[in-house]
Every structure is written in C-alpha cells, then in structure tokens.
Design a protein around this ligand. Sequence first.
Ligand SMILES: CC1=C(CCC(=O)O)c2cc3nc(cc4[nH]c(cc5[nH]c(cc1n2)c(C)c5CCC(=O)O)c(CCC(=O)O)c4C)C(CCC(=O)O)=C3C
Ligand SMILES: [Fe+2]
Length: 418
Amino acid sequence: MAAVNLGSTGSDAAGATRGRKPAPAASAPCAAGAIVPGATPAAQGGAEHVTEPVAYDAILLAGFGGPEGQDDVIPFLRNVTSGRGIPDERLEEVAHHYRHFGGISPINEQNRVLKAALEVELASRGVDLPVLWGNRNWDPYLNDALGEAKAAGYTKLIAIATSAYSSYSSCRQYREDFADALEDTQLGDVIEIDKVRQFFDHPGFVTPFTEGVRDGIAGLLAADPDLARGDIEVLFATHSIPSTDAAKSGPAERGFGEGGAYAAQHRAVAEVVMRDAGATDVPWQLVYQSRSGPPSMPWLEPDINDAIAELPALGRKAVVIVPLGFVSDHMEVLWDLDNEALETAGEHSLAAVRVPTPGTHPAYVAGLVDLVLERVNGTPVAERPAVTELGPWYDVCRPGCCENVRLGFRPALAGIAP
Ligand SMILES: CC1=C(CCC(=O)O)c2cc3nc(cc4[nH]c(cc5[nH]c(cc1n2)c(C)c5CCC(=O)O)c(CCC(=O)O)c4C)C(CCC(=O)O)=C3C
Ligand SMILES: [Fe+2]
C-alpha cells in the first residue's frame, strides 16, 4: 500500500525519530499514493495521503473563536453549545470564567498573532500564499474568510485548524463547519477546502512541550535542593471528551484501546516528550480537564484535580503540568490550569509549574508552514516528519473517523463519507 509509511526510522530536524505506521488491518482497497490532479480527495478511491502537488491559492487558518467583551459572552457560549444539551448551570459557570477576564478570551488575539507569524515565516521562505482567518464560533467567522477568498478570486484553500488531535471536537467538527460555511455562502461550486493532517506528532508541535518539560523539571529542582527527580510527577493535561466520542476518534478500521485514537495520540506524544526531555526517570500520567455535559454521561478521566489530590499519597512533592492538548494559552489553560489546577496543587502542598503552550514558538510556526508545503508539494509519505509510530496522520480522514454518536453528524469536507 503505497500511501502508508513503512519507511525506516530516521532523524528529523528536531532530532526525534520517525516511526513506522502499521498498515491498517482492514481498510478499503487503497488507491496508489498519487491522486488525480484537480479531483477532490473524496473522489480519489480512498487515498489516505495526497502525494501529488496541489496549486493552492491561500491558507485558511481556522480557529475556535472567543468573546472579546462582556456582551459577547453569552451569545458566544450559545454558539458553542447549540444543540448540545449543555446544562444552563454549566454555561453560567463557564461565563464566569470569561467575566473574570473582562469578557475577553485571549484566543482571538492569539490567532491574530499566529496569523502574523505565519505570514512572516511564509515570506521568509519565499512562499507566496496569503493567510485568511476564520473561526467556528465567533467573529471573524469562517463565512467571512470565505467571503474574502471569493473577493480575491481564490478557489483552492488549504486549511489549518488550531487543533492537533483526532476527535469530533478537534477534527470532524471543523470539517463539518467548513462544509456548512461553503453552503451558507453558496460558494460550494467555486471554492474547495482541503485540510492539513492532524499534527499531534509533528515535531513543530511537540518540540515546545519537550523544552517546557525539560525546563519545568530543571526549575523545580533548582528551586528546592532537597527535591529528587522521583519526587516530581509530570501531568499531561488535555480536554476531556465524552467517552463515546473518544471511542470513535480514530478510523473505524484501527483499534487504539481505551480512549480511542484521541487518548492513544496523547499517550504516544507524552512518551516521546519524556524521552526527549531526558526524563524517563520521572513518573508521568495523562489526565483530563474542562469536562462538561451531565454527570450521568461518562467522559475521559481522571480529572486533573483528582489526580493532583492523589499525588502526596504517592510520595510526590512537586508537579509539572503540561497542557499537551492545547495550542495556545486560551481560557482552558488560563482558568482550568493556571487558576484551578495550580490552586489544587497548593492545597496539597505541592510545588507546581505550568509548561507553555506552543503559541508562536518558532518551531511550531515553521511546522505549520511545513504541513502546508507537504500538501503543496505532494511530499512522499516516508519524508513527512512524525515523532510517534501513529503518524504521519491521514490527509483525508478515514470513513467513520471522529463521528459523534450523540449528536449525529453533518456532511464534512476533507474526508471520506460518512
Ligand atoms: C477536544 C476539545 C478541544 C481542543 C480542540 C480545539 O481546539 O478545538 C476544545 C477546545 C476549546 N474549547 C473551548 C471552549 C469551549 N468548549 C466547550 C465545550 C466542549 N469542548 C469540547 C472539546 C474540546 N474543546 C467538548 C467535548 C465540549 C462539550 C460540548 C460538546 O459536546 O461538543 C464550551 C462550552 C461550555 C463548556 O461546556 O465548557 C466552551 C466555551 C475553547 C475556547 C477557549 C477560549 O475561549 O479561550 C477551545 C480552544
Ligand atoms: Fe471545548
């Protein structure tokens, strides 16, 4: 199967190893890696990776969106939760997090800064691709970005969603919203949108965390000469999701164990981070945060605060909190980690540090441009960097990938139906 990376282990720019991806057990017959130019990926007979060059007109930076004033907070939360059955008490609770910061989520500003950093990086590498920015849940919306594309005459966009892992919320929902936006703007016959692969194991995304863990451990040790490495626990934190979403988060034909592809991707990246930070002697766990939904519905556990409360009984004296699931210091990080989790650590007399998110780390910005260029150039799969054996992830989402069994799902781009 030409599209699957069976290449030997090699070194990439960040010094990490490129793994082998096992061939899917029972996927549909796979076309050759190359696809027919001009046709949409869905018409490609099931290719997992697109290894023909594509002449894109622009990059679509697709964000989550966030409120930028007190009056935006409730309308924003209604956008995010429309049709979800999120209890009103939960909305009130979340509104309070935003109110505390003047009703302003930092996420839009972070995406403005990321867009500018991408433009600088593209220019410095001589890549002539404009960056359009649109959000799923707040102004500027995806529809606005498509309006800009139309005005400029762009017809072929390559999307970067600000979300690294596979799950309904972090992958398919973006792809559904692309399809919705094309329908809303009636540009579906004019504009095509492809999407770069999930980049959880791209070295550009992983390197900032590796540096952060190394620095975090060193900082704790420097601050307390009596602290031993085994006294520290590294907690890799990511957004909890409903267990049913997690189970559906990978391609239907591959098994990933407890928590589906979503948890497996986080565990695999955490292991690489610990190894590359030179910290295989430091204990670590994957933990979850920011759950919502009714208490009767199972979500991925343990919650970070519960995990922290258990640490003294394990003999730990300090904790390094790594926001492994997040690309920037948005509300989930500022509130749920810097406010709540650090407070929980204090209540249990643990020294604690929170590692930075990728933000606009040069490796991350360059990595996002690399992800675009591998699609522009149709880079062979064996040459695409991936630090875990799970990747490089699919360019075209697999059938049944990232479904939402609670809500049903809508038509989506950049994948194979359903
Ligand atoms: C996997 C995942 C990511 C990471 C991937 C990605 O980045 O997309 C993420 C990111 C984010 N989530 C965010 C905000 C919210 N998420 C909510 C609700 C939910 N998130 C979920 C999952 C995820 N969420 C889920 C399963 C729900 C329950 C509703 C449902 O079943 O679909 C709610 C509703 C209230 C609540 O319940 O908390 C809000 C306000 C913000 C913006 C922060 C800011 O403003 O700075 C960001 C970046
Ligand atoms: Fe969320």
